[in-house]
Design a protein around this ligand. Structure first.
Ligand SMILES: *[C@@H]1O[C@H](CO)[C@@H](O)[C@H](O)[C@H]1NC(C)=O
Ligand SMILES: *[C@@H]1O[C@H](CO)[C@@H](O)[C@H](O)[C@H]1NC(C)=O
Ligand SMILES: *[C@@H]1O[C@H](CO)[C@@H](O)[C@H](O)[C@H]1NC(C)=O
Ligand SMILES: *[C@@H]1O[C@H](CO)[C@@H](O)[C@H](O)[C@H]1NC(C)=O
Ligand SMILES: *[C@@H]1O[C@H](CO)[C@@H](O)[C@H](O)[C@H]1NC(C)=O
Length: 443
């Protein structure tokens, strides 16, 4: 008896020692790579009232949704890339969150919109043929020792949807058009970028000499989509994540790159759930999710799972987006959601058009009863949203509104308000998306 107990103790000590040495071996190999920065909401410096904030967000959101829908209904024609019109390669543009990034040597810091719906990194450059007014000085390539113009023969130039070659192929003139007609036009170039405290050399970017309005509160854009140009691809990280803090708090939100994304599981408020990232064959740089069904309250909606399916002609599907603030559902799916909320909420329906929402209830204060649950059922993962992620109360108007709406054109978009207080990890290597309930401002 005594002997077996001693033996067991010795065995457990051996196990502990083994485990300790294993974890030591793992950490000394320094397998953790990555980068931690912060992003902030584009209106965080504007001192807007809640009603103004909502109006601005819904306005931007509707515009972006319409652009995305229009785009998927008019896929690019497959002429030779070199000759295809820039107009057929329209990007979505603009967004909700901004990061600080520094360019050049010596470095100049500027705010850039982060956008999972486009891929190019660009900023305005001198000499300006046309520039919009931006919050920081315009980058002057002649003052940076690390600036290079990329030749027309560069691999990244040839992969652009639209470009022209300069004299003797010495430059690669890109032209990016966004859906609302805004654009940037300049030389595809390479520079040293600084993110957080880390420097990254030879990052390709658009040095824009002709730029239209439409990118307020920023000095450019950082594409995070799935292509060779996007920041994630160029930094050679296999994953990135963001965790948007509640807008009310106007806090900064952490954004991580590399295997750092998978740390801090202990701060999570629930288990990680993982679902495949689908690829739209016509627009391969967007991130799509497979939404199979929806629960409102205790009712699993009776809608065919094909409602949200991605079609082979590029229409339909559900895109996950950092740049659209509210969620849009394919119209018949949304109609079912709306019906069930109306029948399950014990409040009178009110008109929310002024702040841009479709379904609102009249309520002087935030309702004190528990709201019907709202769960999105993805392939392999259920996203059960906290109440603040799908209802918003505005005390000025006494409206309590659903931050989900119907879309035109069959497409669905998972917006940034619905992603708040979840750490969203994009595993670009394995094409998987994970979400972990997290108090983002404490991450
Ligand atoms: C923000 O707006 C409020 C009301 O519009 C105003 O009273 C306040 O002074 C403003 N604060 C700043 C810092 O501009
Ligand atoms: C795309 O495919 C879907 C499903 O097959 C079809 O209903 C729709 O009309 C098509 N749309 C376009 C723009 O071709
Ligand atoms: C420019 O590049 C193209 C394709 O890479 C090549 O065919 C052409 O000869 C080059 N022109 C000059 C002037 O070098
Ligand atoms: C490209 O670089 C050249 C030389 O600096 C500059 O003159 C030109 O304006 C730039 N932009 C475009 C679109 O060619
Ligand atoms: C983990 O969380 C702590 C605070 O809770 C924070 O200081 C740290 O930076 C976080 N690490 C990562 C990689 O997010």
């Amino acid at each position: 008896m005594v002997r077996t107990k001693v033996l067991r103790n010795i065995l457990s000590i051996i196990t502990l020692v083994l485990l300790a040495s294993l974890s030591h071996a793992k950490s000394s190999k320094s397998s953790i790579d990555g980068l931690r920065i912060h992003v902030r909401h584009i209106d965080s410096k504007g001192n807007f009232s809640k009603m103004e904030l909502l109006q601005r967000m819904t306005h931007r959101s509707h515009k972006r949704m319409n652009r995305l829908v229009r785009k998927t209904h008019h896929p690019p024609r497959h002429s030779t890339k070199h000759e295809s019109s820039a107009e057929t390669n329209v990007h979505v543009g603009s967004g909700e969150y901004v990061m600080d990034i520094a360019i050049g040597t010596p470095s100049l810091t500027f705010p850039a919109i982060i956008d999972t719906g486009s891929d190019l990194i660009w900023t305005q450059c001198k000499p300006c043929g046309r520039c919009f007014s931006q919050p920081t000085p315009i980058f002057d390539p002649s003052t940076s020792s690390t600036y290079k113009r990329l030749p027309c023969t560069a691999e990244l130039c040839k992969a652009l949807p639209y470009y022209k070659c300069g004299l003797n192929n010495a430059s690669c003139q890109y032209q990016y058009v966004y859906g609302d007609g805004s654009f940037t036009h300049g030389n595809l170039s390479s520079e040293t970028f600084t993110l957080g405290s880390k420097k990254f050399n030879n990052i390709a970017f658009g040095c824009g000499n002709l730029n239209s309005d439409g990118f307020a509160e920023s000095s450019g854009l950082v594409g995070l989509g799935r292509s060779k140009y996007s920041l994630v691809s160029q930094l050679k990280f296999k994953a990135f994540s963001y965790c948007f803090a509640s807008l009310d708090k106007q806090k900064q939100s952490p954004m991580l790159f590399g295997s750092l994304c998978y740390l801090n599981a202990s701060v999570a408020k629930g288990p990680a759930q993982t679902t495949p990232l689908l690829k739209n064959p016509i627009f391969p740089f967007y991130y799509y999710l497979s939404l199979l069904g929806i629960t409102v309250g205790t009712t699993k909606l009776d809608i065919p799972s094909s409602t949200f399916a991605l079609n082979s002609n590029g229409t339909g599907g559900m895109l996950i987006d950092s740049g659209t603030s509210i969620t849009y559902l394919e119209q018949t799916g949304y109609d079912a959601v709306k019906r069930h909320f109306i029948s399950q909420m014990r409040l009178p329906v009110a008109d929310g058009k002024d702040i841009g929402f479709d379904l609102c209830f009249a309520s002087r204060s935030k309702p004190s009863f528990a709201l019907p649950k709202f769960i999105l059922h993805f392939d392999g993962a259920d996203l059960a949203l906290p109440e603040n992620n799908y209802f918003i109360h505005d005390s000025d108007t006494g409206l309590f509104c659903l931050t989900v709406m119907g879309s035109s054109g069959g497409m669905s978009i998972l917006g940034s308000m619905q992603q708040e207080n979840f750490k969203i990890i994009y595993d670009t290597k394995k094409s998987k998306l994970s979400f972990i309930p997290t108090q983002c401002d404490q991450q």
